[in-house]
Design a binder for this molecule. Structure first.
Ligand code: ACO
Length: 371
């Protein structure tokens, strides 16, 4: 048999065109619809970025006002979504809760099977509005706390923090949260987005595609890494322990979470912006020890292996400082990435071709049953 080339993990294989974002590993840059993500993170609200990703252009004032009104109107949890969340064990991983809640929202939607562009955008907006309430309520119920009702006078990021903690967050905290949402919003054909596109390519509905994407995001090689970073920090404890911890980790061939990237080999374009947001949070909460630990691990691992941090590395400790439970970090990522996922679902549906690669069979040769 001749050796056939296979593309393990589809690494380096272009599978389609996309006009949503451009990841350029050579220049370490990331553009959303042509705009550098750093510029968007510095100047735009998450709501504006969502509209940019969905529609291709930054919104006019009236387009933004419409989305803001729709988002505020869609924040409350439907009764049966809340009932199902309440029925889940508190030990359930919050990503399982998000996955389940998205399913219920889909089942509630009479237009779930309507593939028209208007209906698809309406579903994207509904999930965008609903996810913060799910994530916030789930964290609260695990602490035995009551649901906090959304507040119409607060923007998306302020309200997310309000519904989680039941108090208004300081402006520095809101801003760092907004920055993280903008940076997490979109990243081309990453594993969860590609999962959503595969599901969409079968003509299944948008909610099914999002449920699949949530599942793909949960893994530690993808979104689950922001949670795993915090477990690493907890294990190391303080900067002084970094060298000994790394000796052991590398000796046992452990992957260091929050480092490395399939596309960027010379540093993740989003890290400097998120690192700066983390620095502001460290100052706000007066936790220089956390920054020292993060910087010590980054320096030592970089010197030993030359592998650089990805976005999850500064995002994990940032969410920790804000007061989120470690298990809530990946659901926050999902709440941000719902914008990119749904933009890709709409793009895939608009120029669809069933995604169905080949496998090179390497099992036993043909054989037959006796008799
Ligand atoms: N820790 C230790 N070694 C690493 C790491 C890491 N975090 N990342 C890469 N390497 C090493 C691998 O062991 C491998 O070494 P080898 O050639 O000696 O076997 C080499 O670098 C190449 O790594 P691969 O895993 O083959 O590269 P791939 O492109 O498949 O992986 C991935 C990318 C999965 C992100 C990887 O870097 C990793 O597992 N990182 C940790 C998980 C993580 O942080 N994921 C978040 C991704 S970004 C995001 O979701 C926002």
């Amino acid at each position: 048999m001749t050796e056939q080339e296979i593309y393990k993990g589809l690494a380096g294989v272009p599978v389609d065109y996309s006009a949503i974002s451009k990841v350029n590993p050579e220049t370490n840059s990331l553009l959303y619809r042509g705009y550098p993500v750093q510029e968007l993170a510095a100047q735009k609200s998450f709501e504006e970025v969502a509209l940019l990703l969905w529609g291709g252009e930054l919104p006019s004032e009236s387009e933004l006002a419409d989305l803001v009104a729709q988002e505020r109107a869609g924040r409350a949890l439907a009764d049966n979504v809340r009932a199902v969340i309440d029925a889940l064990p508190k030990s359930a991983h919050p990503m399982d809760v998000v996955r389940t809640a998205v399913s219920i929202i889909g089942a509630n939607d009479p237009d779930a099977e309507d593939p028209s562009a208007d209906a698809e955008l309406a579903k994207a907006k509904a999930l965008f509005a609903a996810l913060p309430a799910i994530v916030a309520y789930d964290q609260r119920r695990r602490h035995g706390l009551e649901l906090v009702e959304p507040r119409d006078d607060l923007d998306y990021s302020q309200n997310f923090l309000w519904m989680t903690f039941g108090e208004e967050a300081a402006p520095e905290v809101v801003d760092a949260f907004r920055v993280s949402m903008v940076l997490y919003a979109e990243h081309s054909f990453n594993a969860s987005t590609f999962t959503a596109r595969v599901i969409t390519s079968t003509t299944a509905d948008l909610y099914s595609a999002v449920v699949g994407a949530v599942g793909a995001l949960k893994g530690a090689l993808h979104g689950g890494a922001n949670e795993a970073v915090m477990h690493t920090f907890d294990e190391i404890g303080e900067a002084a322990n970094v060298e000994a911890w790394l000796d052991d980790a590398l000796a046992s061939k452990k992957k260091i979470m929050g480092f490395g990237h399939r596309v960027y080999k010379n540093g993740d374009s989003r890290v400097p912006t998120m690192h700066a947001a983390l620095e502001r949070l460290v100052e706000h909460y007066d936790r220089p020890d956390l920054l020292e630990l993060a910087e010590a691990l980054e320096k030592s691992f970089g010197e030993r292996k030359g592998i650089k941090p990805n976005l999850d590395y500064p995002a994990g400790p940032a969410y920790h400082l804000m007061g989120f439970d470690t298990q809530t970090f990946t659901p926050i990522f999902a709440a941000a990435r719902i914008t990119g996922w749904t933009a890709h679902i709409m793009e895939q549906a608009a120029a669809n071709s069933l995604i169905r690669p080949l496998a090179v069979y390497n099992g036993v040769d043909e054989r037959h049953l006796d008799g």
